[in-house]
Design a protein around this ligand. Structure first.
Ligand code: SIN
Length: 308
């Protein structure tokens, strides 16, 4: 069985990729995840300037996954580029592609961030326009309207030759409409979904648990939402889709592929199954595809789309 997958002309040894955010910005951690069998790794989103995290508590395991409001803490793209360059050198030896994630407060900031991380020659750039955790500071995420999502996409596309993946938000009425807008504006691929906006309340303190009050929910609780988003996008766009949201087993990954995903992002499962989670999920996917009679992930992609 071959798990090899192609996304925007980049070869992935298997379709299971580390999602952005869960492991911070260190090169060593990205390389460790690649060594334990990931098909690709995504760095935490880096912004034009250094950002500190929100006050604690920023993350909670609430039993069905995580809720987080880290606040896009990162050292800034100028400091991040050499870290990515070091990671890339090692990842290249392992044959595992690097996806560099970027974030910015303005359209011009996104272009600057893309140009700067581009110097590290990542294989792909993820454009994170969908973080739900910085709204009070920066206003609505760009991913919430087709026009603003398209504006960022077009600006980043102009700023770099590296293929771009635009990461969409589930916190919208019609994700397919946003997907079509970013595809039209030049997105080479789409990642869906970012975390789902939510809140948990400490009933003893009588106030929200996270210092940021609201946060992004990830993990098993959001998987059906993510599968539906990928399913809808697959019917609306022609670019590859990276399906992200609650995947923690090979069966979950196959579900995403059957909905239409080319690659499958894994984040919160690293907390429940360890850094080896991605390699384990790839092995489980391999066995499951064989058991069900598929010869590759490509064979199973999109087959859940039924014509009524
Ligand atoms: C965060 O740093 O708050 C999470 C990043 C994201 O959801 O995009």
């Amino acid at each position: 069985m071959t798990l090899q997958s192609d996304c925007c002309g980049v070869y992935f040894p298997n379709p299971i990729v580390l999602a952005s955010g869960i492991l911070g910005t260190e090169a060593g951690l990205l390389v460790r995840v690649a060594r334990s069998g990931a098909g690709g790794v995504t760095s935490k989103s880096a912004s034009p300037r250094h950002r500190t995290r929100h006050p604690n508590p920023t993350v909670l395991d609430w039993g069905y996954g995580l809720i987080n409001a880290v606040g896009l803490a990162n050292p800034g793209v100028a400091a991040e580029a050499p870290i990515l360059r070091a990671a890339k050198a090692e990842l290249q030896r392992l044959g595992v592609p690097l996806i560099a994630s970027i974030f910015a407060e303005t359209v011009a900031g996104f272009a600057f961030a893309a140009e700067t991380v581009g110097r590290a020659a990542p294989d792909l750039i993820e454009v994170n326009i969908s973080c739900p955790n910085v709204g009070h500071e920066l206003g609505k995420p760009f991913a919430l309207e087709p026009e603003s999502a398209a504006q960022v996409t077009a600006a980043v596309k102009k700023a770099t030759e590296i293929p771009i993946i635009v990461k969409l938000s589930p916190n919208v009425t019609d994700i397919a409409e946003i997907g079509a807008a970013v595809e039209m504006a030049g997105a080479d691929a789409i990642a869906a979904i970012n975390s789902v906006a939510g809140m948990l309340i400490d009933i003893h303190a009588g106030r929200p648990i996270l210092a940021n009050l609201e946060g992004g929910i990830s993990g098993p609780a959001i998987r059906p939402l993510a599968v539906l988003a990928v399913y809808k996008l697959y019917e609306a766009v022609n670019v590859p889709i990276i399906g992200i949201g609650g995947v923690s087993t090979g069966a979950d990954a196959l579900e995403m592929i059957m909905a239409g995903a080319t690659l499958v992002g894994v984040g919160s499962a690293v907390r429940s199954r360890g850094l080896e989670a991605l390699g384990t999920i790839a092995t489980e996917l391999d066995a499951l595809l064989a058991e069900l009679g598929y010869t590759s992930p490509d064979d199973a992609r999109g087959i859940a789309h039924v014509t009524s």
